[in-house]
Design a protein around this ligand. Structure first.
Ligand SMILES: Cc1ncc(COP(=O)(O)O)c(C=O)c1O
Length: 284
């Protein structure tokens, strides 16, 4: 699907038409992928879980030593929603270390480059979808908890899925499912919900954490435990979570030439979680 540019963007403190917003070719985001990003969804013109996203952004910047005070960005994100003039979508935030003559080490005295904009996205109807996925080797680094703009490994994984005619690539490290190229992954077996524990091999998904919270509220047991690829045929349900994917059921999984049908309909536990998620959105 071809996407369009946002009308305007917030760049280093200024709102600009998108085609007038420029950064140096020596920006370390451009040169080295040296930066952190965040995506905050909005529904009915209101940001959804903004504090959690801002907190993760703060943690990511601290992990990579970019000094920038993110606290004002929540207000800027709300302003972006108003300016975008659409009632659902997402706000993209990117902070790079800034522009400086190219070095691998951190340059002194650089100002971070801060970009933020809102864009429209149709977020409804996820509960009716079943997505097909492929599984392949997780060849990313060991600091996947950082929401780095260096996404080449995720891009290759996701593009491979698209080339295979499916939406997501679910990744396997040492025989265990970690997460998708741009989503968190959950499995359900005998009424228990499983997902990979937080740590260096997954992004601490905001939607993932909300799903775990909602399960707790509904008395659905959750085990943060990595699932072996060999156990996948014995699961009852599987679903993906993410800011733009929300809570979407998996219909089938393909591992090499082996096709594993998970479900032809959204599973019972997945459905309950989806309904609780929708209630949260409606309560905004
Ligand atoms: C690798 C990866 N895992 C999980 C997620 C889901 O995270 P969230 O729920 O915060 O959108 C994303 C979202 O971009 C991601 O890129």
């Amino acid at each position: 699907m071809r996407k369009s540019y946002p009308k305007e963007v917030f760049l280093n403190g200024q709102w600009l038409p998108h085609d007038q917003a420029t950064v140096s070719v020596f920006d370390r985001g451009f040169m080295l992928g040296d930066g952190i990003y965040e995506v905050i969804p909005f529904y009915q013109n209101k940001l959804f879980t903004p504090d959690e996203h801002i907190q993760r952004l703060k943690a990511g910047l601290a992990e990579v030593g970019i000094a920038y005070d993110v606290d004002s960005l929540k207000t800027t994100a709300s302003e972006a929603v108003v300016r975008a003039g659409c009632n659902e979508g997402a706000v993209y935030i990117q902070i790079t270390r800034g522009a400086a003559p190219r070095t691998h080490y951190f340059p002194a005295d650089v100002e971070p480059t801060v970009l933020l904009y809102a864009f429209h996205l149709s977020l409804g109807g996820f509960e009716q979808k079943l997505v097909d996925v492929i599984l392949s080797e997780d060849f990313r680094w060991h600091r996947c908890n950082i929401k780095s703009i260096s996404l080449i490994a995720n891009v290759l994984a996701n593009n491979f899925a698209h080339q295979q005619g499916v939406l997501e690539n679910v990744l396997i490290r040492n025989g265990l499912v970690t997460e998708g190229s741009c989503t968190s992954v959950f499995f359900v077996r005998n009424g228990i919900v499983y997902t990979h524990p937080e740590g260096p091999h997954i992004l601490p998904g905001i939607t993932r954490n909300l799903v775990i919270l909602l399960c707790g509220e509904m008395g659905i047991e959750v085990e943060e435990k990595a699932i072996s690829v060999n156990d996948l045929p014995f699961g009852d349900e599987a679903f993906l979570t993410g800011t733009t994917m929300q809570v979407t059921a998996i219909g089938s999984m393909r591992i090499g030439s082996e096709q594993l049908v998970v479900s032809t309909d959204v599973g019972q536990v997945t459905r309950r979680i989806q309904q609780a998620f929708i209630k949260r959105i409606e309560a905004l």
